[in-house]
Design a protein around this ligand. Structure first.
Ligand code: ADP
Ligand code: ZN
Length: 511
């Protein structure tokens, strides 16, 4: 039955990974949390069950433009769909509800504001609902990277309706995941996480110097290949596009300050290969499904790893090799910190920015850092990042790793990194003595290593996914599934010496 629907309405013969499992779970009436990378095929997971079931599916989506695109695409396939948001007039809205009641509409897309309105609530109380889909579900969590306060009021759905709820997102670390489940009040949810690994993307980080020269060289090697250059400011996108045009290169700019028609034109020219390069702010790319983007450059440091991952993920959707390049300079960090100053979520955003910096600074395989950040225990070097291709000299750091992880375990994961180093170095700080931490076996076991060197080692261990930092819990260090291999199975850990790490960074900056 579901295969028939897949073929008939969507024209596909097979499911993508996890789609079938998710669809089955919804049809069985379970609440679900589905985490799939951009392009993984999330929409089908609720569209198909909506089609084969009685009633109407309510889809909550935060982006008006995406709503329209999805509804247009569904209608083009002969599926009854409509959307309700601030652009819809009251009379249109009445007609839409008539169609819902008469069974013509299988999928009704709504903005969160609309869903929360009293009117709407009264109306959906009277209709037959097949399921609720909450798209971009990370927006519900203040720990996520795109918090939208209206989303936090969606918990009435699970209290007041029997229909299953499926929450979908492309990026959520473990903390955000459990927050989504809790805030939506999902009932015994089944969680599905498809791999975040995009093996076909190469990852390179360069110091943010002579950026323009580097970009020219990079593009020069990629004649006629589509690519995106992400910039921090609108002005930068324009300046860069102009400069590239001056060299005879085919580039346009794209940002939220442009007229709708100009933006639309830029986007369509890019999608249809009439223009090779888009210099864009992060406003570009949402909902754009262009399979053959061959490269993505970050002219500036992104504000967190979620954004970075999402943006590089726009390259190589066709599965063919694609290259990504990030320029890292401290100046960008300062600019981003200024933005953060004005935010109400200062601590969290600072943490996320620090994690971004740590990635850019990494002496370990960058894919490891990324995937471990998204809690995918990834335990090998990828061979397709700049660190793997030019690996630093390493030494056997197993004992160092064991000492650190064992100390984290013995204090029951109740401390942050500063305290951990103090324990390892046997500091006489009152706090340690008072908590009984001076009694544990690893107290003072790392006295021979300086405070700074411990910082460097801990950064490397963090980047390898051997522990994580709970930013919703005082930045306490928490063990992961990979920690166990080191603590109990004698897994060997290689570390880069602080001198080597320092030298490499200097060398890179001089390059
Ligand atoms: P996401 O929302 O996860 O970013 P989409 O739902 O937009 O992804 O799907 C991305 C693309 O994959 C779309 O072009 C969609 O038509 C296509 N797609 C989805 N499921 C399948 C499938 N089973 N087989 C082939 N293509 C699929
Ligand atoms: Zn690597």
């Amino acid at each position: 039955m579901i295969y028939e629907t897949l073929r008939k309405y969507f024209g596909y013969e097979t499911f993508r990974p996890l789609q079938e499992e998710i669809i089955q779970a919804i049809l069985d009436g379970h609440d679900c949390l589905a985490i799939m990378p951009t392009g993984g095929g999330k929409s089908l997971c609720f569209q198909l069950p909506a089609l084969v079931q009685k009633g109407t599916a309510i889809v909550v989506s935060p982006l008006i433009s995406l709503m329209k695109d999805q509804v247009d695409a569904l209608r083009a396939n002969g599926i009854g769909a409509a959307y309700l948001n601030s652009t819809i007039s009251p009379s249109e809205s009445i007609q839409i509800f008539r169609d819902v009641i008469s069974g013509k509409i299988k999928l009704l897309y709504v903005s969160p504001e609309k869903l929360l309105s009293q009117d709407f609530y009264r109306q959906i109380k009277t209709i037959d609902i097949s399921l609720f889909a909450i798209d971009e579900a990370h927006c519900i969590s203040q720990w996520g990277h795109d918090f939208r306060p209206e989303y936090t009021q969606l918990n009435f759905l699970s209290r007041e309706f029997k229909a299953p709820i499926i929450a979908l997102t492309a990026t959520a670390d473990r903390i955000t995941r459990s927050d989504i489940i809790q805030q939506l009040g999902l009932r015994k949810p089944q969680t599905y996480i498809s791999s975040f690994d995009r093996e076909n993307l190469s990852i390179t980080v360069l110091p943010g110097r002579e950026k323009y020269e580097n970009i020219k060289r990079f593009i020069g090697k990629r004649k006629n290949q589509s690519g995106i250059i992400y910039c921090l400011s609108r002005k930068q996108t324009e300046q860069l596009a102009n400069k590239l045009n001056g060299e005879g290169l085919d580039a346009v700019s794209y940002h939220a300050g442009m007229k709708d028609s100009e933006r639309q034109a830029a986007q369509e020219d890019f999608i249809n290969d009439r223009v090779q390069i888009v210099c864009a702010t992060v406003a570009f790319g949402m909902g754009i499904d262009k399979p053959n983007v061959r490269w993505v450059i970050h002219y500036n440091l992104p504000k967190n790893l979620e954004s970075y991952y999402q943006e590089i993920g726009r390259a190589g959707r066709d599965g063919l090799p694609a290259d990504t390049l990030l320029f890292y300079s401290y100046r960008d960090v300062l600019t981003l910190k200024q933005f953060i100053e004005e935010s109400t979520q200062k601590d969290l955003l600072t943490q996320k920015l620090e994690r971004m910096q740590q990635f850019a600074d990494a002496r370990t395989c960058r894919r490891r850092v990324l995937l471990n950040y998204f809690n995918e225990a990834y335990d090998e070097d990828c061979g397709n990042c700049d660190v793997c291709q030019n690996p630093p000299a390493v030494f056997d750091g197993t004992v160092i790793a064991q000492k650190a992880l064992s100390a984290i375990a013995r204090v029951k994961e109740q401390i942050s990194s500063g305290l951990l180093i103090d324990i390892l170095r046997g500091s006489a700080r009152k706090e340690l003595i008072d908590n009984g931490w001076a009694e544990i076996k690893t107290y003072g076991a790392g006295r021979d290593i300086s405070y700074r060197d411990w910082q460097e080692y801990l950064l490397q261990l963090l980047n390898m996914g051997l522990f994580e930092v709970a930013y919703n819990d005082g930045n306490k260090l928490k063990l992961t599934s990979l920690s166990r291999d080191v603590l109990f199975d004698g897994k060997k850990i290689n570390l880069v010496s602080p001198e080597e790490a320092e030298n490499r960074w200097k060398q890179q900056q001089e390059k």
